[in-house]
Design a binder for this molecule. Structure first.
Ligand SMILES: O=C[C@H](O)[C@H](O)[C@H](O)COP(=O)(O)O
Length: 247
């Protein structure tokens, strides 16, 4: 493995393990998707086995669910949370942890490299604390400068949504499978348009609202105003913990 990859993996592991260390017995968690959160799920499984940590987590994708099972992390579905007995303004989860593709100085995010952004947003929105785990490559001045914005669409609506995204200043491309011919099909059976913004996004909040309003869109990877903590893992194994108050 080349040095850059080894450094990135060490940084991701540091962030993941720091996230698992924030967890206390009795907590209900959101379990994110991706290579960074995978280290957190692995560390949580270890704590369940070795310390008897009493936790359960809602997975944000088939991938997260499989990983949690593999590491012995108990799982919950939204049905198990008893949401009908919890006031709408109260939090059903104590802490959700997840990776990100971009983090802005004001803690807004781009997510969805792994096409899990819609379930991830549902779970993060239920949590009292949303902890984002990154390596330093994810820090950006402007969202959209490092990664396109994933937009999950109904297949029949793809041409209409593509046209609307062009109207919002993006160049959309349909995400194609790597080990499958044709488009990537999400956990919901839908497609993903990656909306590229040549100069990044000057004002993400109105853009997020505009994309949410397009007929045929299930959701997108802009996470505005949701993050409470960012854990930045570094290649030497140390972790920088930023909290929203500092942003
Ligand atoms: O769909 C994927 C998720 O949004 C991931 O959390 C995000 O892409 C970050 O993944 P990774 O930790 O592998 O960079």
């Amino acid at each position: 493995m080349d040095n850059a990859k080894t450094d990135a993996n060490a940084a991701k592991r540091a962030a993941g393990e720091a996230a698992a260390a924030l967890v206390e017995s009795g907590m209900r968690l959101g379990l994110g998707t991706g290579s960074t959160t995978a280290y957190a799920i692995e560390a949580l499984g270890r704590r369940v086995r070795e310390e008897g940590l009493d936790i359960a987590g809602v997975p944000t994708s088939f991938a997260a669910e499989r990983l949690a099972r593999q590491h012995g992390v108990p799982l919950l579905s939204l049905d198990d949370l008893g949401l009908d007995t919890i006031a709408p303004e109260a939090h059903a989860l104590d802490l959700a942890m997840d990776g990100a593709d971009e983090v802005s100085p004001s803690f807004d995010l781009t997510k969805g490299r792994g096409a899990a952004q819609v379930r991830e947003k549902v779970v993060a929105a239920l949590a009292a604390r949303f902890v984002v785990l990154i390596d330093p490559s994810k820090d950006v001045d402007r969202l959209g400068s490092r990664m396109p914005i994933p937009v999950e669409v109904l297949p029949m609506a793809e041409p209409a949504v593509s046209r609307s995204l062009r109207g919002l200043g993006a160049e959309p491309t349909l995400r194609m499978g790597q080990s499958k011919d044709g488009p990537v099909v999400t956990d919901q059976g839908l497609w993903v348009l990656d909306a590229h913004f040549a100069d990044g996004i000057a004002d993400p909040e109105p853009l997020a609202t505009a994309i949410d309003g397009l007929p045929g869109v299930l959701g997108h990877g802009l996470f505005i105003g949701m993050t409470s903590d960012v854990l930045v893992g570094l290649p030497d194994g140390s972790v920088e913990h930023r909290t929203r108050e500092e942003a």
